[in-house]
Design a protein around this ligand. Structure first.
Ligand SMILES: Cc1cc2nc3c(=O)[nH]c(=O)nc-3n(C[C@H](O)[C@H](O)[C@H](O)COP(=O)(O)O)c2cc1C
Length: 363
């Protein structure tokens, strides 16, 4: 009954401007006004990701909780893990408003927030106050005006090492000018060298190994992808997140499609899934992947897993479908495990990678 009521939430929030709707959502989560997951996850959904044990593979993508205000609420909602951030060393306001747009007709969102966040210190204090339960990753970025952008990622690793379950190195946001240049093969080497050296130094002192995930853009040209993936593998990253938002505008009908910024949601599903599958093929399935982009149903979540994702994350789907989507996805994944007569959801990872990888990126 109560969870049915929460299914009406997207309709109510749609009446508010998008940033106000988001703030209200975070406030509700802070206050505990959301459908708590009452049933433990089926053991078939449990998995290991880069040494971390998770009860299920479903998470909410970075940008939802930039300042680490609600990681425990995200977990209580039934997610298998939470990711906070992107956080930058110094607080920054982001781009001028309006900077967040709903494309209702396309099931999409365009954002040009530009890493608006309260900075490392504020997020760190919140993470320190929580009981260290559940997997909570920290997504780290660079300040817009940083002189040494790579240095900002190292600061993120240093600041959060004792409270982060894993790190996501976000070099794929389109809203900080020049940030995505860090994905160029020549730039990846110095970045990953310093990030991995920071992890090695902290590992020595702390003894707990924090996995490092690198989050990529879906706009990487197909012919540049193999070299980029080769560098990530050479530096021994623990995971690759595919993908961030796109600057492309594939067949949109909503008038807000003209707004500059990163597009997320349904129109991103195909491209991000093909790219995910190609990376799964390139790495021989040895590097675990986080599949992100346009997941708005149980079927879409299963398709991402079958294309090669060990974990999945969603954001835009939640805006249109409401918090009940997490439960519906898990029910669908459970049913898929039963009907495929396999032991666990991980048995389905990459099952369809070959056929997805062979598809055109811009179908
Ligand atoms: C409003 C908004 C803010 C976002 N902020 C971030 C961010 O700070 N860091 C990041 O790595 N990705 C950010 N993203 C990208 C999402 O994490 C995700 O990669 C992308 O939206 C695709 O997933 P979706 O189609 O399920 O929304 C943001 C997305 C949206 C819609």
């Amino acid at each position: 009954m109560l969870s049915r009521l929460f299914d009406l939430v997207p309709r109510g929030l749609a009446l508010l401007p998008p940033e106000e709707a988001h703030e209200l959502t975070i406030k509700a989560l802070e206050l505990g006004v959301f459908p708590h997951e009452a049933t433990p996850d089926h053991p078939a959904l449990a998995l290991n990701f880069a040494g971390l044990t998770l009860p299920n593979p479903v998470g909410i993508a970075a940008g939802f909780d930039k300042d680490a205000r609600v990681p425990d609420a995200v977990l209580a909602l039934g997610c298998g893990f939470a990711e906070v951030g992107t956080t930058t060393p110094l607080a920054q306001p982001g781009n001028p408003r309006p900077r967040l747009f709903r494309l209702r007709r396309d099931g999409a969102v365009i954002n040009r927030l530009g890493f608006n966040n309260g900075g490392h210190q504020a997020a760190l204090e919140r993470l320190r106050r929580r009981a260290a339960r559940g997997v909570v990753g920290v997504n780290i970025g660079a300040n817009r005006d940083a002189e040494d952008r790579i240095g900002d990622y190292v600061k993120g690793i240093d600041a959060f090492y004792d409270v982060a379950s894993y790190f996501t190195v976000n070099i794929s946001s389109p809203n900080t000018p020049g940030l995505r240049d860090l994905q160029q093969p020549a730039a990846l080497d110095p970045l990953l060298k310093r990030v991995m050296a920071a992890r090695a130094r902290l590992l020595e002192a702390d003894k707990r190994r924090r996995p490092i995930v690198v989050k990529l853009s879906p706009d990487i040209a197909a012919d540049e992808l193999p070299e980029i993936v080769a560098r990530l593998v050479a530096h021994d990253v623990d995971g690759i997140a595919v993908s961030n938002t796109t600057l492309a505008r594939p067949g949109l009908s909503d008038p807000a499609a003209r707004e500059p910024g990163g597009l997320s949601g349904c129109p991103l599903f195909h491209r991000s899934t093909v790219m995910l599958a190609r990376i799964h093929e390139m790495t021989g399935g040895k590097t675990p992947l986080i599949g992100i982009g346009g997941i708005d149903s149980g079927a879409a979540a299963l398709a991402k897993i079958e294309a090669g994702a060990t974990l999945i994350q969603l954001y835009t789907g939640l805006i249109y479908e409401g918090p009940g989507l997490v439960r519906r996805i898990k029910d669908h994944l459970n049913a898929a495990v039963r009907s495929a007569k396999v032991a666990a959801i991980t048995d389905l990872v990459g099952k369809d990678a070959k056929s997805w990888a062979a598809m055109r990126l811009d179908a």
